[in-house]
Design a protein around this ligand. Structure first.
Ligand code: RAT
Ligand code: ZN
Length: 416
């Protein structure tokens, strides 16, 4: 059935809201990881995005804040951002959206009643409820084999909740090899500080073993705004000689998240990272030099978005994904998504949630869905004006690709 212009937005919204999503990058954990899976109102309020915002409107000193219990921190943030100020920033509004969608009366502004009501759910029920409200079918975790707590679970656990996929995150290996090679030695790998041929072989064994143990869907790293490739550095050698050959062997994408300036304000701890414009030539050089490797790339700076989309037009082994972190705001999602749709058509993964707290799936996706539906409708409108006959089935197909198939097809893509 063809869709006419005037009913278009309603139809697109309907389809966008009812299509389940594979969330390709989160920081959530399967329930088998115990208290590493964060959820509930106190975790929601102490999200690092909100810590940064609180410090701007309150005179509390950093140490006092960090010494508080989680509950006290949550109360401090609630008072500062939700009672004494109006919570319209994206991260604040997110909390309100979650409360509202979980049936809380947000007009009472009564934190204790929310804590009580949400705290009543058994965990399994809560996970199911959140996945249902967010209409997400599965999420990809961020899994760090250098994290002691996480490592223990991987080494002892054999089964995993199927809604949670793994991604092997190797920041310490790539960005901090000088320190972590000692851990690797302690775990039985014959590695040196120098990247000798035998060390390279052992590092490949390490990455390979963890891919298999986790059944990782991709290997990922976050990189600074100063990232360049190629260069004479440990990082470049590790990428070229360890990560890319192993990814080729397992036919997995290497995901690069580029443009983070870690800890520009150390007192803010997890909230202290910032952004910088990176050099797109690194992405171009990687895609060009390794045509049988697959790259998923997201960049943190708004200024990098146009050249990233253009680069994806040149390389089929590059999949652009998500509006990352400081870009995950309606204005920027709209701008980036429109530009990507115009330059790349349907061949992009428009968004990931980056959720750190389970409940955030609800707001991150409802906010993003709204913007994506709007941008998609505008694209369709122009097409209909040009005389194209668009069917509901085709809209359903497109949204399915954007929210699921593009990711899974890229994971399964074999380049030779
Ligand atoms: O968005 C975030 O929560 C950041 O703290 C980072 O974790 C970032 O997304 C990353 O994956 O490094
Ligand atoms: Zn992340």
């Amino acid at each position: 059935m063809s869709v006419q212009s005037k009913e278009l937005l309603t139809v697109v919204e309907e389809i966008v809201n009812h299509t389940t999503i594979t969330d390709v990058h989160t920081h959530l954990f399967a329930p088998e990881f115990g208290d590493q899976l964060l959820y509930g109102i106190d975790e929601l309020l102490t999200y690092h995005y909100l810590i940064a915002e609180t410090m701007r409107v309150s005179d509390i000193d950093y140490d006092t804040y960090w010494k508080m219990s989680r509950q006290e921190q949550a109360e401090t943030i609630w008072e500062a951002l939700f009672i004494h100020h109006t919570p319209y920033s994206e991260a604040c509004r997110g909390v309100i959206t979650v409360l509202q969608k979980l049936g809380m009366d947000v007009s009472t502004r009564d934190l204790e009643s929310y804590r009580e009501a949400l705290g009543r759910y058994p965990l399994e029920e809560y996970i199911a409820l959140i996945f249902e409200k967010a209409n997400v079918s599965s999420v990809v975790m961020t899994n760090d084999p250098f994290d002691e707590q996480e490592r223990k679970v991987w080494l002892s656990q054999t089964t995993r909740d199927e809604r949670f996929h793994a991604a092997l995150r190797i920041d310490p290996l790539i960005n901090d090899y000088d320190t972590v090679y000692k851990d690797l030695q302690a775990w039985g790998y014959q590695v040196d500080a120098d990247l000798t041929e035998s060390t390279i072989q052992e590092l490949r064994r390490f990455v390979s073993e963890w891919i298999e143990r986790m059944q990782a869907l991709y290997v990922a790293v976050s990189l600074p705004d100063t990232f360049v490739y190629p260069e004479h550095s440990v990082r470049s050698t590790l990428i070229e000689k360890v990560i890319l050959p192993v990814c080729r062997e397992h036919q997995l994408p290497f995901a690069l998240m580029i443009g983070v300036k870690r800890l520009v304000n150390e007192s803010l701890r997890s909230a202290g990272d910032s952004v910088g414009k990176a050099d797109i030539q690194a992405v171009e050089a990687l895609c060009k030099s390794f045509p049988t490797n697959k790259f998923m790339v997201t960049m943190l700076s708004r200024e990098n978005q146009h050249e990233l989309a253009v680069t994806a037009r040149k390389f089929r082994n590059l999949m652009v994904f998500g509006c990352w972190w400081f870009l995950n705001n309606p204005t920027l999602i709209e701008e980036m998504t429109a530009m990507r749709f115009e330059l790349l058509g349907t061949s992009v993964i428009p968004q990931h949630s980056d959720a750190r707290i389970l409940d955030q799936l609800v707001y991150k996706w409802s906010h993003s869905r709204e913007v994506i539906a709007k941008v998609l409708t505008e694209q369709y409108e122009r097409l209909i004006e040009a005389g194209w006959n668009l069917t509901e089935e085709e809209i359903r197909r497109d949204v399915g690709q954007l929210f699921n198939d593009n990711f899974w097809d890229f994971i399964n893509l074999k380049l030779s």
